[in-house]
Design a binder for this molecule. Structure first.
Ligand code: ZN
Ligand code: ZN
Ligand code: ZN
Length: 187
């Protein structure tokens, strides 16, 4: 019961567009993520089970971070609805394999969109307007942070930085908005 309530509440809060700016061939993003996962699991001897694959596919199908219950609903819409616990376990696997990241500030997950070195700091750029989340990796910040944390005798768990702000397209849209009325349509 509690779960049902939470899921409902979550759905209402997060009825976000998975592709807020539909500006690229998104099927390529999904194909890339799956291909990278297969290659990486093959190399590392990890098993990309059908559910793990489905969960990754679900994540890669969105450029907005998805909560576990959001994923359960999405997967349920396109096939058999997986139990939430299995989805959590699959997410844990994907995160530990570096195929997905947990966005702490959103309590949500996103497919890893790039290759980054283990020493790099991952910087997530999270748009507060549309939810679009992209990642950039910085070796320089990683090096500085490693130095600073070592100096403090501290061992960081996962060097991740989450930055909230406005994505380039939302900014462009906001800048263009006041001009639209006057600029109007071609004659
Ligand atoms: Zn895409
Ligand atoms: Zn990544
Ligand atoms: Zn945005």
């Amino acid at each position: 019961m509690v779960f049902g309530f939470l899921a409902l509440e979550y759905d209402c809060a997060m009825t976000t567009n998975a592709h807020p700016h539909d500006d690229h061939d998104h099927s390529a993003c999904v194909a890339d993520a799956l291909a990278r996962a297969e290659a990486s699991c093959g190399e590392r001897g990890a098993r990309l089970t059908p559910l793990r694959r489905r969960v990754l596919e679900g994540l890669a199908d969105s450029h907005v971070p998805l909560g576990a219950y959001d994923l359960v609903e999405r997967l349920g819409a396109s096939g058999e609805k997986p139990p939430p616990m299995s989805v959590y376990r699959a997410l844990d696997f994907l995160v530990s394999e570096g195929l997905a990241h947990r966005i702490e500030s959103r309590n949500a997950y996103i497919a890893c969109g790039r290759d980054h070195g283990t020493d790099d700091v991952i910087v997530f750029l999270i748009c507060e307007a549309c939810g679009l989340t992209s990642e950039v990796a910085s070796h320089a910040i990683g090096r500085d942070l490693a130095w600073a944390t070592r100096a403090a005798g501290f061992t960081p768990r996962t060097p991740v930085i989450e930055i909230a702000g406005t994505c380039a397209r939302c900014r462009a849209a906001a800048e263009a908005a006041p001009a639209i009325e006057g600029a109007g349509s071609p004659r």
